[in-house]
Design a protein around this ligand. Structure first.
Ligand code: HEM
Length: 418
């Protein structure tokens, strides 16, 4: 699969046939650093796009919005016509019983039942009550950064904050942090549009290990209940509804992974973007984060670049027929920069943008991100406190990207603070 894409990409980029239609190629050189120009090209020339790897892609804001809110679509892998996908061969040994049944991957009525139970821990009041703890954590991290001299924003702040907050919320034991970080990183590669055989093997292996680990943690928690989310889920009972241990494990795995693999990108890439736009950084430093500021950063960096749906019947977009069983990749990143929706300033970072909240970085419809207000709270406290603490900050050298197409973000961002 990878070879075919790279070969086609080579011929395309050497201009062998200028009339050849565009195709989405996230493996093209420079894509990770700047996906935006390539996304614009596809959005303009073929916004309802059949990928070489078999999936379909939507790149326009209006199409994204319509599709995500359409209740007839599915998120369940079982509805995918695998024959259409190049990655089918890599996944044929996976036992369907091993499919993750987290709320991100299941349809109503199970989705409705389980989301209702998990939502209990994500009410606006519960999240806002975390603010003092988050501020305390951030202040300690900034103290450490100030003492460092040259310091890595990702290692010191963007990664540990969401990781520690979700661990604390769930009431996870302290141990095994590094292992979990590695497993989680391997698992999320699976949601990239293109993936190698080795990456699939590593992801399946990590998923098994993470599952076994979480099963042990849940058993431990059953005997060590506390005032935490895991205990709440263990005790979850809603009009007689309960969840099985397996369902519980899959929800915890999702919360844990979604809880940190996304927000790290918003904080890390978000701080880099502010440093590259000194007027915007100065605005935050002098006056605090504008009410629309975090939404604009979400629009601007799209920490989750792609979400997915499965067509349960043939559907049409812009005169093109997407067949039943197709896996549709919805480009949140492209939609967030679509000038047809955002107007002529689509490619400008403007923290005061009035309608910034209409970004689609958290998806839309029944799967709208459950952790949206938590992520925004963490990013607001982290980024505003960072700007206020360090009046002048310079980026040192080149940042290191995490290499992910979907959960695009930084692995390292060294800065010098003054
Ligand atoms: C900047 C940070 C984040 C971004 C950009 C983000 C983005 C997303 C997106 C795009 C979806 C899928 C929506 C759809 O397909 O319509 C999603 C779902 C979800 N997210 Fe987030 N997320 C973030 C942080 C978090 C956090 C901190 C948590 C939890 C602690 C979380 C928990 C979830 C859950 C549980 C779902 C599944 C909801 C469902 O299927 O009903 N997310 N998120």
């Amino acid at each position: 699969m990878l070879r075919r894409l790279t070969d086609r990409a080579a011929s395309y980029h050497h201009g062998m046939d200028a009339t050849e239609p565009v195709f989405f190629n996230p493996l093209a050189e420079g894509y990770i650093d700047d996906p935006w120009s390539h996304l614009a090209e596809i959005r303009e020339q073929d916004p309802v796009h059949h990928l070489l790897t078999g999936q379909w892609g939507l790149f326009r804001y209006d199409d994204t919005f319509t599709l995500l809110r359409d209740p007839s679509l599915s998120v369940d892998d079982e509805n995918i016509d695998m024959e259409r996908l190049e990655r089918a061969a890599l996944l044929e040994d996976v036992d369907p019983d091993d499919h993750n049944r987290s709320i991100l991957n299941i349809d109503p009525p199970d989705h409705t039942r389980l989301r209702r139970l998990v939502s209990k821990a994500f009410t606006p009041r519960t999240i806002e009550a975390l603010r003092p703890m988050i501020q305390r954590m951030v202040d300690e991290m900034l103290d450490q950064m100030a003492a460092d001299g040259d310091t890595d924003v990702v290692e010191r702040l963007a990664f540990p904050l969401p990781f520690d907050v979700i661990s604390e919320m769930l009431g996870m034991p302290e141990a095994d942090k590094d292992l979990i970080r590695d497993w989680s990183g391997a698992i999320v590669k699976m949601i990239d549009p293109v993936i190698s055989e080795e990456e699939v093997a590593a992801a399946l292996d990590a998923d098994e290990k993470m599952g076994a680990h979480l099963a042990k943690v849940i058993d431990w928690k059953a005997d060590n209940r506390g005032d935490d989310l895991l205990t709440l889920l263990l005790e979850a009972e809603d009009d007689g509804d309960t969840m099985t241990r397996r369902e519980l494990r899959d929800q915890v795995s999702l919360l844990f992974i979604a809880g940190h693999e996304t927000t790290v990108n918003l904080i890390g890439t978000g701080i880099r973007e502010l440093l590259r736009h000194p007027d915007q950084f100065e605005l935050v430093r002098a006056h605090g984060m504008p009410a629309t500021g975090i939404d604009e950063l979400l629009r601007w960096v799209s920490p989750v670049q792609i979400t997915r749906r499965v067509a349960t019947a043939d559907i049409e977009f812009r005169g093109k027929r997407i067949p039943k069983g197709a896996l549709i990749l919805v480009s949140l990143a492209s939609s967030n920069r679509d000038p047809d929706f955002w107007g002529p300033t689509a490619d400008t970072l403007d923290l005061a943008r009035a309608n910034a909240g209409q970004h689609v970085s958290f998806g839309s419809g029944i799967h709208y991100c459950l952790g949206a207000s938590l992520a925004k709270l963490e990013a607001e406290v982290a980024i505003e406190s960072f700007a206020k603490r360090f009046g002048q900050v310079d980026i040192v050298g080149e940042p290191r990207w995490n290499g992910r197409i979907n959960l695009r973000g930084l692995d390292e961002l060294i800065v010098r603070t003054h």
